[in-house]
Design a binder for this molecule. Structure first.
Ligand code: FES
Length: 121
């Protein structure tokens, strides 16, 4: 079941910039493009840089580490749009002066690794 969660107030994210917010166990990057808000997963699918800190221009964010470009609206990897490698996107709405993001499902905690080569005690 989807659920919208308030992450910021209108005015907290300057136009042409992004900010990262914890939601649903992950960081979500919320971008303000001339007053239109959009949200994608903050972690770059290449090596995990924060996309919220990237430069935003013409509907895309440029990853601060290796300059891969992603759509701020749907997470498409714009350098190779046919690739399945992209980033998740999330619904955003403005209610009054609150920016709300549709909360992704809670991430499952990673199962602990067991060392099966250890001798039994
Ligand atoms: S970490 Fe984003 S392009 Fe490498």
């Amino acid at each position: 079941m989807s659920e919208f969660q308030t992450v910021a107030k209108v005015g907290d994210i300057p136009s042409g910039e992004g900010r990262a917010f914890p939601i649903g166990g992950i960081l979500v990057a919320v971008f303000n493009t001339a007053g239109e808000y959009s949200a994608i997963r903050d972690a770059c699918p290449h090596m995990g840089a924060s996309l919220a800190t990237g430069h935003v221009e013409e509907g895309c964010v440029i990853c601060p580490w290796h300059a891969w470009r992603f759509s701020v609206t749907d997470g498409t990897w714009l350098d190779n749009p046919q690739s399945k490698l992209g980033n998740e996107c999330y619904a955003v709405r403005v209610e009054g002066d609150e920016i709300q993001v549709c909360r992704p499902a809670e991430e499952e905690p990673q199962a602990e690794q067991t060392d099966e080569t250890s001798p039994a005690s």
